[in-house]
Design a protein around this ligand. Sequence first.
Ligand code: SF4
Length: 249
Amino acid sequence: MSLGEPSARTAEEVVARAAGAASLGVLDAAVADCFACPRLVAWREEVAAIKRASFREQDYWGRPVPGFGPADAEIAILGLAPAAHGGNRTGRIFTGDRSGDVLFAALHRAGLANQPTSVAADDGLAVRHLRIFAAVRCAPPDNKPLPEERDTCAPWLHRELSLIRPTLRVVVALGAFAWQAWWPAMTAVYGIRPPVPRPKFGHGAHVRLGYLHVFGSYHVSQQNTFTGRLTPAMLEEVLGAAGRAAGLM
Ligand code: SF4
């Protein structure tokens, strides 16, 4: 945020700050300075203070986690929220946790990331054609944001989508929460009402709306990858379809 701009501390202030963000850089700074959800602010700061034993020597980020990737992205990957000891620790989305290990290995294989690992904000990772962000920008307890927290955070997502809209062609929603968050975002940003009935989430779900493609993928959480519900091949398949739909492969 520009010098002197106050933090967003209410839902109304999120709306105003998001609307006033003229670039991704300004938006990212404003997101990182948001305190609008008391429960999530308390949780992210508590996790950052207590820490996991294996990370006790590290300084946790303990703040909202902005999106990552270039402004001229053709593909957006929409997740749920940062992980308590992943993004909430490192300050970068899908960084420093098992979910990120799976996601970035697949993105690297697909030619969308310069390296297969994402361990720290200064690890040299770069993505191309791709912007990654979450529907809720603060780590929630049990990975479960409340509906009102999702709604309070939505203007950040909607503004981010508006800023990359000129090049955006494909959205990959990781998990049912992101899939649900996409449809109001689409209405807010594109003025398009979701098809009725609303498309059902599933792995490989695909909806085409004009030039815009929306894909669903099971989330890259350990719950899915450790149990084999989501395999590397399954993720690769969706990313390949996304890349082809975006005209990149
Ligand atoms: S979840 Fe979103 S709106 Fe709520 S405090 Fe975090 S960044 Fe702000």
